[in-house]
Design a protein around this ligand. Structure first.
Ligand code: ZN
Length: 192
């Protein structure tokens, strides 16, 4: 070992460590009302190149997904629009737009936590990163901190549904009682 540059730790271990950072990033997006998806981009030697969470709502930008923002940071930092050898860690399976961007950046590897059965562009709906008709393929690994990643997004959508139901309830109540200005008063949410 003496004199030899320390090798990267076991890949599984480093995958978990990097995904933990992506997960923290996803959590910080929740506070801003964004869908909690976090991404971390690292170089082939494990150097951080970018990290981001979804910011579509705040920045009124449909393309401001965590993956896109992290790739932009990485390209800017590297001074190169291609990021060969780089690895992207994402808490949720990327959508088709992000999978396309991952190809454009020529990443070597994608690691994600949980699948997105409704919009996933890597394994669920499309398999963009492994399509042999394209001139670049990306190694994919899934299931790293899967439960944590899924639980975070699931609780976010549950909270959203709950808030929406409460809002609908209050709206219906005030429509039926137009003079009532305290439709949301606690204990007074039942319909007449
Ligand atoms: Zn996306």
């Amino acid at each position: 070992m003496g004199g030899v540059v320390e090798m990267l730790p076991d890949q599984k271990q480093s995958d978990v460590s990097f995904m933990t950072i992506a997960l923290e990033e996803a959590k910080s997006g929740v506070e801003q009302g964004e869908v909690p998806v976090g991404a971390l981009l690292v170089s082939s030697t494990g150097e951080e190149l970018g990290r981001a969470h979804n910011a579509s709502i705040r920045s009124t930008d449909p393309t401001a997904h965590a993956e896109i923002l992290a790739l932009r940071q990485g390209a800017e930092r590297s001074g190169n629009y291609r990021l060969p050898g780089a690895i992207l860690y994402v808490t949720i399976e990327p959508c088709s737009m992000c999978a396309g961007a991952i190809l454009q950046a020529r990443l070597a590897r994608l690691v994600f936590g949980a699948r997105d059965p409704k919009a996933g562009g890597v394994v669920s709906l499309f398999q963009i990163l492994g399509d042999p008709r394209l001139n670049h393929q990306v190694e994919v690994r899934e299931g790293i901190l899967e439960e944590e990643c899924r639980a975070l997004i699931r609780s976010f959508f549950q909270m959203q549904r709950l808030a929406h139901a409460q809002w609908e309830n209050a709206k219906m109540h005030s429509e039926r009682n137009p003079r009532s200005s305290d439709a949301g008063r606690q204990g007074d949410t039942r319909l007449p």
